[in-house]
Design a protein around this ligand. Structure first.
Ligand SMILES: Nc1nc2c(c(=O)[nH]1)N[C@H]1C(S)=C(S)[C@@H](COP(=O)(O)OP(=O)(O)OC[C@H]3O[C@@H](n4cnc5c(=O)[nH]c(N)nc54)[C@H](O)[C@@H]3O)O[C@H]1N2
Ligand SMILES: Nc1nc2c(c(=O)[nH]1)N[C@H]1C(S)=C(S)[C@@H](COP(=O)(O)OP(=O)(O)OC[C@H]3O[C@@H](n4cnc5c(=O)[nH]c(N)nc54)[C@H](O)[C@@H]3O)O[C@H]1N2
Ligand SMILES: [Mo]
Length: 759
């Protein structure tokens, strides 16, 4: 290949960068010139690529190596690892897969393997893992995400599709030109807009928000955190009690109904079931009218403000945004259903700048005006194993083989898992109640993990297969939700003996006589061209031209054209609901869903409903400190993506004392005799973690905030490093969706008088 005369590029979920290399090492990343608001997150990779936490050779846990499958159990996370050759590890893995399949069948392999891995169309860890396992008879899989499982299941019943509308959010241009009032449940968190799955060329959220502000849009930030709305746009802050948004929305809806401010014509033409919902609002079913006063008591915001906001919403061109976080709480289906219903009552859905949307700035692509292109992805093949779990039910799966669970109207059974394989995700980051998960994790006979760094997942595996990072392999970042397509250059040789995930699976496939099925005779380079050629055809169908592969490689990146007109969600449906019906049973917005009603779930009735969360501040329960419980918000970190590069410089810079920082209101600190900068212990019946205390009046009293992402560092049930998932509750949102509920969590906070945490 001819030497490139251009910059080297790398791309990941947090952005595109130019790579500087000297003597075979990455010396730094430079911001992508096209990006007006680059994220610092990417720079976190530089010092850890070759750092001490890098996994440089295949490793097997001593107890597993000596005692065989089933011998590691409780010793996971404890006994040492032994370095082995690739030859040896490949044989161990092939033999173990053969044993498990022969004795227990393929359903005994759990490879739901949830997680974000890295950007890159070919080297997508999960796709490679699943493709490989499908070549040998399949695996137990997982459904939905940790991001918004409740919405993924409930919204299709209401609107026909969730993803379809997530992908067509009304763009910022339309908000700037046509919105007057932007009501943001969970705010517009710019920290999250740094990310977009599969790659980002230019970050637009800050500019989008700013332009709307300059155009005169008024923002209302309904959130326990003031910082969920950028201070530059002003706006009002409504610090409601966490996990009560559904009640607030019902209160707003009741005002609209009782004052006749709802759009009856819209409801008649575009929705079904409003009367059933209205009966509930009026209290005809349960004797409790869902008035502003009723909502005020639950949410702890003044009833006069609720009434005033409802009237303003009806009198203005209003956009309602619901943060994805609202689904990650008990009954997380309800805030989204209630928000859609509220927007339907306002009658502005499908018009410029108004209606509703799911989570502006949850990622860079929400509100970004672009064409969606169905770029090709690695074909995963067919999985003949029907068994699956809703993704967040993984501990239940391991604890309860043969047990049953409900999901979207059907009863299923948990298979008996003997082998777990994770590639490209970190359950010791993402799952709730990690102490409970750690105990369940001792049950499978074998745990295999592909990782590049010694994070807690790798430390809890039996067989660790060292993989490359994107900087050590070539690929293409083509994210269907971003107009930039970027060549991901191989900047350096693989570190140590690390191999690409594809290559790891190829070698094991060879031992199991399925190499041809796995590779189809293509090299990684040939696969990438293949993906490119199909994507080129798909783009052409969408009216866009991708250059040929060689031209693209010479250029390093391209930008696809963006639409001339702003995107307006549900415009076609609004214009003609008969010609463009929704994919629901009625073809309309289902404010009442007969389907869900008929499932008979007491925790998810047939219309938006307020149900008390299992844990929330409205609860008077024993077991909390004298000062009362605190509600813990464990939201996304601003300085990294989840747990990735937590050991890198960017993440560590925000953590001068080594432990994660936690924010508390000064009044709560005073009541507990705590002072700024002190190390505290956050605890409840499920576990504990340490944190450095930061004080701020930008948080609702009674609430604390600690970002996710700190690598678990367990001392019994205490995490010395500040991982909040030692505290969160592992329970499904409801029997309908079984989504995770990290944000519904009560804790105590007390001074830590133990030794300083050593990380
Ligand atoms: N308390 C609480 N918990 C939460 C949340 C919350 O709000 N609060 N949010 C939830 C949400 S929305 C999500 S999406 C999850 C995220 O959870 P995850 O997606 O599991 O978190 P990541 O840290 O991104 O994990 C990705 C892993 O892939 C590895 N990796 C990167 N590139 C490669 C590669 O090329 N090959 C291989 N084999 N591995 C690679 C990284 O080192 C990392 O360990 O967390 C959830 N957990
Ligand atoms: N920098 C960075 N950006 C990210 C990620 C990351 O790890 N780092 N992760 C990405 C991923 S995978 C996802 S899914 C998205 C998630 O996007 P979101 O779900 O929007 O992310 P969160 O930060 O958990 O929550 C947003 C805000 O909701 C508020 N909130 C929490 N509970 C409540 C409540 O009960 N009511 C109200 N009104 N507000 C509440 C919190 O104050 C929080 O700051 O972010 C993406 N963006
Ligand atoms: Mo997510």
């Amino acid at each position: 290949m001819t030497r490139l005369t251009r910059d080297l590029y790398t791309s990941n979920h947090w952005g595109t960068y130019c790579v500087d290399v000297a003597e075979g090492q990455v010396t730094g990343l430079r911001d992508f010139p096209e990006d007006p608001d680059p994220s610092p997150i990417g720079h976190g990779i530089v010092d850890v690529l070759h750092g001490p936490s890098r996994i440089t050779a295949p490793m097997v846990r001593k107890s597993w190596l000596e005692g065989g499958a089933g011998a590691a159990g409780e010793r996971r996370g404890q006994d040492e690892f032994v370095e082995v050759t690739w030859d040896k590890v490949n044989q161990l893995v092939a033999d173990e897969l053969t044993r498990v399949r022969r004795d227990h069948g393929n359903s005994a392999i759990y490879a739901g393997s949830y997680g974000w891995a890295s950007a890159g169309r070919f080297h997508h860890a999960q796709s490679q893992l699943k493709r490989f396992l499908n070549c040998i008879g399949g695996y137990t899989s997982s459904k939905n995400t940790y991001s918004f499982a409740a919405a993924e299941v409930v919204v299709p019943h209401i609107l026909g599709t969730f993803r379809g509308f997530l992908d067509t959010s009304t763009s910022w241009e339309s908000i700037a030109s046509d919105c007057e009032l932007f009501v943001a449940f969970g705010g517009v968190p710019l920290k999250n807009g740094q990310i977009s799955q599969g790659g980002v060329g230019a970050h637009v959220q800050k500019a989008g928000l700013q332009s709307a502000h300059e155009a005169g849009v008024t923002f209302v930030n309904i959130s326990p955190l003031r910082s969920d709305l950028d201070g530059d746009v002003g706006g009002e802050w409504w610090p409601l009690r966490p996990s009560t948004d559904a009640a607030l929305m019902l209160g707003l809806a009741h005002v609209l109904l009782s004052e006749g401010l709802h759009d009856r014509a819209f409801l008649d033409r575009y929705t079904t079931g409003f009367d059933r919902f209205a009966a509930y609002l009026k209290g005809q079913d349960d004797g409790v009218p869902k008035t502003a006063d009723w909502a005020a008591k639950i949410c702890d915001v003044p009833a006069t403000d609720i009434r005033a906001l409802a009237r303003r919403m009806a009198a203005s061109r209003t956009m309602i945004s619901v943060a994805w976080a609202l689904t990650r709480q008990d009954h997380g289906e309800q805030p989204f259903w209630a928000a859609i219903t509220l927007a339907a009552m306002l009658g502005q859905i499908g018009q410029p700048g108004t209606g509703f949307a799911f989570g502006y700035s949850a990622m860079n692509n929400i509100g970004l005006n672009r064409h969606k292109v169905d770029f090709a992805s690695v074909p995963q093949g067919r999985n003949p194993v029907p068994d699956f779990i809703p993704v967040a039910r993984v501990t239940d799966l391991l604890e309860n083989p043969g047990g049953s669970f409900e999901y979207d109207g059907t009863t299923y059974e948990y298979p008996d898992i003997r082998l777990v394989w994770w590639a490209g995700g970190n359950p010791f980051h993402h799952h709730q109640d990690l102490n409970r998960m750690r105990r369940a994790w001792a049950r499978p006979e074998t745990i295999i993990v592909n990782e590049w760094c010694w994070n807690p997942l790798a430390l809890h595996a039996d067989i660790v297969l060292p993989c490359t990072t994107p900087l050590e392999r070539s690929d293409v970042a083509m994210a269907p939700k971003d107009p930039y397509v970027v060549a991901m250059d191989r900047a350096i040789e693989p570190v140590g003996q690390a191999r690409d995930d594809h290559d790891i699976f190829r070698a094991i496939a060879a031992r199991m006589n399925v190499e041809d099925a796995f590779t189809e005779g293509r090299s990684p380079q040939e696969w990438q061209r293949w993906l490119w050629d199909i994507s080129r055809q798909q783009a052409a169908q969408a009216g866009m031209t991708l250059p040929d592969w060689d031209t693209f490689q010479r250029a390093g990146w391209i930008k696809l054209p963006v639409p001339d007109a702003p995107t307006i969600m549900m415009e076609a449906f609004r214009n003609d609901p008969v010609a463009h019906p929704l994919a629901t049973p009625s073809g309309r917005i289902e404010i009442f869903s007969q389907t869900i009603h008929d499932f008979g779930y007491d925790d998810c009735p047939g219309h938006p409903t307020w149900m008390e969360p299992v844990e929330w501040l409205g609860q008077a329960e024993a077991g909390w400190s004298e000062q009362g419980p605190l509600h813990m918000i464990s939201n996304q970190p601003r300085n990294k993506l989840h747990s990735q590069m937590d050991h890198g410089a960017v993440s560590r810079a925000d953590r001068p004392k080594g432990v994660e920082q936690m924010t508390m209101h000064p009044d709560d600190a005073r009541r507990r005799g705590l002072t700024e900068g002190q190390i505290v212990r956050i605890h409840n019946a499920r576990g504990a973690c340490l944190a450095e205390l930061c004080l701020s009046d930008g948080i609702r009293p009674g609430v604390i905030q600690i970002s996710t992402g700190a690598w678990l560092d367990s001392d019994g049930d205490l995490c010395r490093h500040g991982n909040p998932n030692t505290l969160t509750l592992d329970k499904g949102t409801s029997q309908l969706s079984q989504g995770p509920i990290a944000h519904s969590c009560l804790v105590n906070v007390t001074a830590w008088d133990g030794p300083d945490p050593v990380i």
